[in-house]
Design a protein around this ligand. Structure first.
Ligand SMILES: Cc1cc2nc3c(=O)[nH]c(=O)nc-3n(C[C@H](O)[C@H](O)[C@H](O)COP(=O)(O)OP(=O)(O)OC[C@H]3O[C@@H](n4cnc5c(N)ncnc54)[C@H](O)[C@@H]3O)c2cc1C
Length: 450
């Protein structure tokens, strides 16, 4: 007789956990999804500013160029369930989708809740059992005697647990499972439930976890005048970062000033690439506010504005050149009195205005924290994970998916795609194996009750 507890347990009802649940349950096997929050997909609700940029429909090769860390680990899972397949998956289940600039895909409704509701509907249809307000505290392995040995002293290195056996909840109850998929997310926006539990689970299972840092995160800056431009967003500007000797970053895009520094897509992207450098100390940055104009062309443009506003103050004359919030800062940095008439502006002062426009200087002092980071950089060493199935190479039947792994993408839908693809790969593998075991009668080898 087969035992009651034969099932797949998934920890975390985020993007990758719910997709894993759907994939596993599509094999007709019992799936139990455990979520510590009172509802599913809390983070999905805030993605894409509430619109959920759920994938990126670029060519698959370009996809990997947008994964700055361990992209090759994802080849198998992303080709197995690629961005177009993900879009189709949601479309077939009733979510109408659209493609926007930069191949970013969103639900037509612009409501992230459509994505979560679709996943929940599908889980219901497939009979996935979901338990909310259920926090997993520990993983249980097939040889608890050996694990208990680890309590003997901190120098004692326990033998690796061989097979997963279930989970222990925060209320002390234990649940058996043949397969456990850890989809607990990273450390960013901990208010959504991702508080890093999966890293602890991974370490318990003998896995290495690399340094965890906030990524796709704003920069803190030194300059105090930026606060006067708080909320101002600039499109099509270039952002250049140097360490005094070398140019480290130079790209065009959109950024925004905040009360502490700078944010926006361009800045978040820079944060993913400058992690190591900013950890060593401050970095110099400058914004070219008019990248389409050379200094000469900009001077011609300024002269035209001055000519058209000959009897007006500098402040009024430059209105056509800069957003109004920026004018006092630009003029102050260029040592230009805003009230003097334009005919009093000397060549020297004009050159200063050009320099400030082409090289609006900032000092980046640090990255902001996990509370403001879109993702966590670092995570479970992917060399210890099977890239085709997401199964641990150390513990049979244990899987890790989504942000808990040491992979990360830029903004644009790449991180959710990583969550869908890795979740799908794990769910497929665990579901298929359990289905095979049920059909053949060959049990998975952890059928003992806990
Ligand atoms: C503000 C913001 C905007 C974003 N926008 C986008 C976007 O538009 N496009 C994009 O591609 N990516 C975006 N991302 C990134 C993306 O949301 C994440 O990479 C993705 O959600 C990770 O999915 P996950 O399933 O691995 O983890 P999560 O979505 O974090 O889910 C983990 C789940 O596990 C649960 N959990 C954790 N520990 C336990 C435990 N011990 N027991 C039970 N449950 C537990 C948590 O409560 C949570 O529900 C954004 C992120 C943020 C913060």
């Amino acid at each position: 007789m087969r035992k009651q507890q034969e099932r797949v347990i998934i920890i975390g009802a985020g993007a990758s956990g719910m997709m894993a649940a759907c994939a596993a349950a599509s094999h007709g096997v019992p799936v139990l999804l455990l979520e510590k929050n009172e509802k599913a997909g809390k983070k999905i609700y805030i993605t894409g500013k509430g619109r959920c940029n759920f994938t990126n429909l670029c060519e698959t090769e370009d996809f990997f160029a947008n994964v700055p860390r361990n992209a090759s680990f994802l080849y198998s899972s992303v080709y197995g369930f690629d961005p177009h397949a993900v879009r189709e998956w949601f479309e077939e289940r009733g979510v109408r989708t659209k493609e926007e600039r930069g191949a970013r895909a969103f639900p037509v409704s612009d409501h992230a809740s459509d994505i979560t509701r679709c996943l929940e509907r599908e889980m219901r249809r497939l009979g996935v059992q979901v338990r909310f307000l259920t926090e997993v505290k520990d993983l249980l392995f097939a040889d608890p005697g050996r694990l208990a040995d680890s309590a003997r002293g901190k120098d004692f290195v326990p033998p690796l647990p061989g097979r997963i056996r279930g989970v222990r909840l925060s209320d002390g109850k234990t649940l058996c499972a043949d397969y456990v998929i850890v989809a607990t997310g990273g450390l960013s926006y901990p208010s959504t439930g991702s508080t890093g539990d999966g890293y602890r689970f991974a370490r318990m299972a003998g896995h290495e976890v690399s340094r965890l840092t906030p990524s796709l995160v704003p920069f803190q800056t030194k300059e105090e005048d930026l606060i006067r431009m708080q909320g101002l967003s600039l499109k099509n500007v270039t952002f250049t970062v140097t360490n005094g000797k070398r140019r480290l970053f130079h790209e065009m895009g959109e950024l925004m000033f905040t009360h502490f520094g700078v944010t926006g897509p361009l800045i978040l992207r820079a944060s993913a690439l400058l992690q190591d450098q900013i950890a060593k100390g401050e970095l110099n940055a400058c914004i070219d506010l008019k990248p389409a104009l050379s200094e000469e062309k900009l001077e011609e443009r300024i002269l035209r504005e001055f000519d058209a506003n000959r009897n007006r103050s500098v402040h009024n004359a430059v209105r056509g050149l800069y957003p109004s919030k920026m004018i006092p800062v630009i003029l102050q940095r260029s040592a230009l009195d805003p009230d003097i008439p334009v005919h009093d502006v000397t060549v020297f002062l004009r050159k200063g205005l050009i320099r400030t426009t082409k090289q609006f200087a900032l000092t980046l002092t640090s990255l902001r924290g996990f509370g403001e980071a879109v993702i966590t950089r670092g995570g479970i060493n992917v060399r210890q994970i099977d890239p085709g199935t997401m199964e641990s190479k150390l513990v049979e039947g244990l899987y890790f998916t989504g942000e808990v792994l040491d992979v990360d993408g830029f903004t644009g839908g790449f991180n959710l795609q990583i969550a869908w693809s890795t979740g799908w790969a794990a769910g497929e593998s665990a579901g298929k194996r359990l289905e095979t075991s049920r059909l053949t009668g060959i049990p998975t080898d952890n059928m003992r009750p806990v």
